[in-house]
Write a protein that binds this ligand. Structure first.
Ligand SMILES: [Zn+2]
Length: 147
């Protein structure tokens, strides 16, 4: 409509913003970059044991002595990459429990049109607040009962 009226500011269709193929190319680049980073992380954690090799320590743990929600994730990832699920759960059960959810989030973001309803649900306020509640509950529980 804006093009018909000659106003370029009203022509904000997909074609006016560079077209849909530009966005798709960006998605492919992002996907390739994401896969490369994931392979790099897997290689590092598969080869180096966080218990033996220097890895950055958690600042929350250093400052407060308390476990943050992510404490033990490096060791859990290393254990998972060596097939030791029990040890991974012992290091950080939330990380292990989050893997199916992270997989679902990734799939929903990779196919936003096909999985539109799932994507809306995963991005809904209720779902995000539920995840935050689980993270807070996990942090409290692991510092009180799971020490
Ligand atoms: Zn931590």
């Amino acid at each position: 409509m804006g093009a018909l009226l000659g106003n370029p500011f009203l022509d904000m269709t997909e074609k006016g913003r560079g077209g849909r193929s530009g966005g798709r190319a960006l998605n492919v680049v992002a996907l390739i970059a994401g896969i490369a980073v994931a392979i790099g992380v897997v290689a590092v954690y598969a080869v180096f044991d966080p218990n033996e090799v220097y890895f950055p320590k958690c600042p929350v743990k250093l400052l407060t002595g308390l476990d943050c929600p992510g404490c033990g994730s490096q060791r859990a990832l290393h254990a998972l990459l060596h097939g030791d699920v029990a040890a991974a759960v012992g290091f950080n059960a939330l990380l292990v429990a989050a893997i199916p959810l992270l997989t679902l989030l990734t799939v929903a973001e990779m196919a936003p049109v096909r999985l539109q309803r799932l994507r809306y649900f995963l991005n809904s306020r209720g779902f995000i607040l539920s995840v935050l509640a689980v993270i807070v509950a996990w942090t409290v529980a692991r510092n009180i009962w799971l020490r």
